[in-house]
Design a protein around this ligand. Structure first.
Ligand SMILES: NC(=O)c1ccc[n+]([C@@H]2O[C@H](COP(=O)([O-])OP(=O)(O)OC[C@H]3O[C@@H](n4cnc5c(N)ncnc54)[C@H](O)[C@@H]3O)[C@@H](O)[C@H]2O)c1
Length: 295
């Protein structure tokens, strides 16, 4: 049986687009892609000032970047920004679907709006961006679609009935897309990333019971690992490596699986969750900053 290998996706010379690139690992992946020689980095974020700051930082380091204020939960906004990106660069080679939100609420406190918003940002956005940029990749038979999911997309976690479900959906979306691309003989690459908690602020207050095996991850290491995986052609990256065990554990009978995840403290990780408090959000699809180097 021949193993199917998609084409690798070199960052050097690529047009890279990162959603939610105004902070956290999105920012670090955007900056990292520029440092690896990307032709241009498209910085998308709902926070216009954050997107501009990151594009400016990339330019300051000698890279090429443009920032767009994009709410990925808004289809019109994504369409307008995608058209603007394609008009500017003609293509996107590496699309990193990174924007994400979390409520951290217990199920009983979760509102319909919380669930709707979480799925809009963490799931429905994937359809919107991929619909705009995949056709060009398929035509060129190269490119990479990266989904930043979560280890919570592999196993359910207390106080994440919205978030974890959205990340399961993100994993399923990417696996299905991979299957479809493979089945049609396409060499477009997909990568699903499933990290444990990362120290970005998004999950402030969480704790890990077994820091040696399941440490709270350093943002820079995660960002680097994702770019390495894109360049190597990995199709799934679970971080830390130990968290891959969950893929095997899921074959266990449920009481046994629950006993093991309980022993690792998975259900209590969110007990002290506060999350990051963030100011007002804006919506729109306009470019917020233009880099002459990017043209
Ligand atoms: N931090 C963690 O512990 C952790 C663990 C696993 C997976 N992840 C995932 O990694 C990704 C990045 O998370 P992070 O920790 O860097 O978080 P972060 O909060 O630092 O960054 C998320 C970025 O997304 C942007 N964003 C939010 N809603 C948006 C919208 N509607 N449209 C456009 N941009 C929007 C925010 O403004 C922010 O800049 C997310 O998908 C998250 O679910 C995070």
């Amino acid at each position: 049986m021949a193993l199917f290998r998609p084409a690798k996706a070199p960052v050097r010379g690529a047009v890279v687009l990162v959603t939610g690139a105004g902070s956290g690992i999105g920012e670090l992946m955007a900056v990292g892609a520029a440092q690896r020689g990307a032709k241009a980095v498209c910085v998308w974020d709902v926070d216009a000032a954050a997107a501009s700051r990151v594009a400016h930082e990339i330019e300051r380091r000698g890279g090429a970047a443009r920032a767009w204020r994009v709410d990925v939960a808004d289809g019109h906004c994504v369409d307008a920004a995608a058209a603007s990106v394609l008009a500017a660069f003609g293509r996107v080679d590496i699309l990193v679907n990174n924007a994400g939100i979390v409520t951290g609420k217990r199920f009983a406190e979760m509102t319909e709006d919380d669930v709707e918003r979480t799925f809009q940002v963490n799931v429905f956005s994937l359809y919107r961006t991929v619909r705009r940029f995949l056709p060009g990749m398929v035509e060129r038979d190269r490119g990479s679609i990266v989904t930043i999911a979560s280890a919570a997309g592999l196993v359910g976690v207390a106080r994440q009935a919205d978030y974890s479900a959205s990340k399961f959906a993100a994993v399923g979306f990417t696996e299905s897309l991979r299957s479809e691309l493979r089945h049609s003989g396409s060499h477009v690459h997909t990568l699903v990333v499933a990290p444990y908690y990362i120290d970005t602020g998004m999950f402030d207050g969480v704790r890990t019971r077994v820091p040696l095996l399941l440490p709270i991850l350093k943002p820079a290491k995660v960002a680097d690992a994702v770019l390495d995986s894109v360049e190597r052609g990995d199709q799934r990256r679970v971080l830390p490596r130990f968290a891959n065990a969950v893929l095997t554990l899921k074959a266990l009978p449920v009481p046994l699986l629950d006993a093991v995840t309980e022993a690792f403290g998975v259900s209590s990780t969110m007990d002290g969750f506060t999350g990051r408090r963030r100011g007002g959000r804006t919506a729109g699809g306009e470019e917020t900053r233009r880099s002459e180097k990017a043209s």
